[in-house]
Design a protein around this ligand. Sequence first.
Ligand code: 13P
Length: 343
Amino acid sequence: MNLTELNRIATAMVAPGKGILAADESSGTIKKRFDAIGVESTETNRRDYREMLFRAKEAMSQYISGVILYDETIWQDAADGTPLIKLIEQSGAIPGIKVDEGTQALPMCPGELVTVGLDKLAERLKRYYERGARFAKWRAVIDIGSGTDGRGIPSMTAISVNAHALARYAALCQAALIVPIVEPEVLMDGDHDIDRCYEVTSRVLNKTFQELRVQRVALEGMVLKPNMVVPGKKCPKQASVEEVAEKTIRLLKACVPAAVPGIAFLSGGQSDEEATAHLNAMHKLGPLPCPLPWGLTFSYGRALQAAPQKAWSGRPENVTAAQNAFSHRARMNGLASKGEWQS
Ligand code: 13P
């Protein structure tokens, strides 16, 4: 394993003023997004849409450090025959690939999920590396709720098996010279309050780093992609931007070792502006006892793409407007990653 190279890539992924575009929606998820804008989810439409994003010069060259691709996209060519992955490389951003294969029901744990995709992962990583991918992503999903058998979720079982899989994936990535994005997402669905999110995320991160250590993953060669500490969407008591920022940073300082080069948040269903405001506020927190030990930025899917998707709506004449909408959100989040955004 070449740790210097892994560390160099991980550090570039969280460079100040830049963040990651998560464009790795599975076929099912992109269909849902396209349904919302009245576009049929054909292979050509998916290609045209993503090509439009990757050719958005301002966003890609100034504010996007890396792009997470879905398997279909990494093998696709642009309309002029240029591989889409080359468009990303030419813009100066680093191509990455989602390698998990989604979730399955976790036996004995009603309502809970485990992420799958470890079988043959070593071979797949080798092919992705040859194609140009330099980082990967694996998402574990942890729900908070009352559960169907009255025991409450998440169970320790769900946290533990998902952390184990994340670490197995991360070790395989590093052996293949690919930087793993480790994404244990605690969902913001439900009516739980912000303190419950804090407590569950704390358990999830602690278990994840325990597994990463056990499986000898080099923390210097990875990026963490966590949720922010927020109340459930249906919680009657929503939190202020400052409270989210303060609790998220307190939690991350307690759980994430300083050896990790960077943290890049998911947006998880927050609105565009909320996701930007929260990241910005974290960088503006009063006088801290010490500076943040890791890079802290965005790895947003919906919070970067909702605006361009709406502007595009599948029409070639809207491409420039959609690229401008994407560049605007990327610029706002780039500013937020330095605490320089203003509402
Ligand atoms: P969202 O920002 O839409 O949550 O997507 C990020 C992501 O990659 C989820 O796995």
